[in-house]
Structures are given as C-alpha cells and as structure tokens.
Design a binder for this molecule. Sequence first.
Ligand code: SF4
Length: 334
Amino acid sequence: MRDVGSQGGGGAAGGAEAGRCGCGGRAVTYLRYSGTHRCGPCLLKSVEERARGELRRQADLAHGTKVAVAVSGGKDSLVALHVVAQAAARRRGVEVLAITVDEGIAGYRPPSVGAAAAAAARLGVEHRVVALGERDRVTVDEIAALEREMAPCSFCGVLRRRLANAEARRWGAHWLATGHNLDDVAQSILLSFVRGDLGKLARLAPHDSAYEGLVPRILPLRSVPEKEVMLYALLRGMPVLAGQCPHMGRAARGSIKEMLLALEDAHPGTRHTVLRAHERLQPLLREGLAPGRSPGRSPGPCPRCGEPSAGGVCQACALLDDVQAGRALRASGL
Ligand code: SF4
C-alpha cells in the first residue's frame, strides 16, 4: 500500500516508500510527529495499543459493564466499534451495543447506516438505529433548508448526542464510546477556545463521571491521528465511504481544521500538544466551574424534555425552538 499522503505525517523528507519500519518491514506511512516509519502490521498493533491504553485510562470495563458505541458508519466510528468489541472480547461479561443516529441527510446517511449494520453483524454486536425524524420530528436536511444563522452542524451535533445518549441510557449503558480521533479532539478544544466557551472546555469527553441521566462518554481513539485511523480502516478492509455530508462546508469547524493542519505541517506534534495542554487544564476548569461556583447554572434534567442539561432548558430544546421559529417565518412568507 502506498502512503496515503503527507497530512500530519508524510512529506517529501519522509516518503513511506523510501523508509523501513522499525521491524524491518516496508513502511506504508511516515509519521512526522514521531519521526517513525510504520509497516502495516506495526501500524495496526500501534493503533490497537493506543486504543486499549485509552480504554484502560477512561473506563472501568469490569464484569457486567455495558458499553454502547455511537456508530455513524464512517471510518472513525467503525474503527472505534472494532477496538471496543475487541477489548470486550478479551474480558468476561462486557456487553457492547452499536447505536446509529439517522439525522435525515438524504444520499449521505443511508449508505453509512448500512456500513454500520454490516460492521456490527460481522462483530456479532447488536445494532440499533434511531431516527431524528421520528424522535424529534425534524431532519438535518430540513434545518439546512430553513437557512437559520447557525450552521446545520450546530443542530446536528446537539440533537444527535441527545438521541444517542437517550438510547444508550435506555439500554443501561455504563459508557458511551464515540469515534473521535486526535484531529477531532484537538479541533474541538481549539473551537471552544475560539468561542470562549470555558464550560464546553470543562465538559469535553472523556468523562470520568457525569450528571444524572448522562451516560459518560469515552473516546478510545482520541490519541490516534485521523490519518492512522484511516490507514487502520483500509488495512482491516473496512468500507471507507467516499461521500461527504452536503452540509459540511457551513461548519465553523472547517476553518479550525485547516488551521490545525497548517500548524501540524509547520510544527509536527501540535495536535498532541493541544490534547496534553487540555488534559492539564481541564481539571482546573471543572473545579472552577463546579456547581455552586458558577451562579445560575446547575446541572439537572431539562424542565422541557427531561433529558440531562448543563443548566435550565437543554441546548437541544433551545435549538428546536429555533427550528420552530424558522418554520413559522417560512410559513408566513417573510
Ligand atoms: Fe451533521 Fe454537520 Fe456532520 Fe453533516 S457535517 S453529519 S450536518 S455534524
């Protein structure tokens, strides 16, 4: 297999074809942040070791533990499901459930729901699909068509998290794993800084505890760069769907992603540094923003839907109000 590109890892100085892995095998990639070449088998082993390490640090997978995995059907979530199922198979009495939220994005979501179902079946894991259109009577395509000021992703992420959490809780999950990789996590941290959202920085997963009703989220791939997750998926023969969400371009995350890739190119290792800095900062933020220290915000059930909220009406209900306002405006012809 050829190197999949220089993003965060390759480059002229480190072409994979020119290099040999530490084991002597032919390299499939070069990782600039660590200055190492990796062959296929060593890359697979290294990704699994990092994922297992993260699982050990983030979750207690004792006998009787139930782990739900949010599986969109994209490469990251398929790899997350694989490593969680693999970890569960090494233990006794750990159950796994795959949950897919269908946000209602025509042409994009249906193939990935199929990929999620196939992956779960291959691993012998139960798979459930929950549709936004059925539960919240709205689809992301409709939200995008309303052309509100906020990008559809702001709605999609919040509504999807609420649905996945509710389904995981209904099943009795102790943990909810997601497929966020190092690039995603570093982007979320920087995005929260750019928005000055200290509460979000404090709440970002992984969670060692969560308030009532919220299944603590864990991120087994959070220290694995996106490129390595992609290679892992390809080397394991997982389907890597080519389609891109049609609403992607409107996300603020896109500009953060570009900035982060430029930084990684100029200063290899930037994503790891951002993650480590946040790990050190987060306990201080959680302590500083704990209930009683931040007036007017105490976690509890949303007074409207009963789902967990960081304080008062939850973000999902507030966003659904915005959708209703958009529908009313559209109906009035203004
Ligand atoms: Fe949802 Fe945005 Fe992702 Fe599309 S790109 S699936 S709208 S979060």
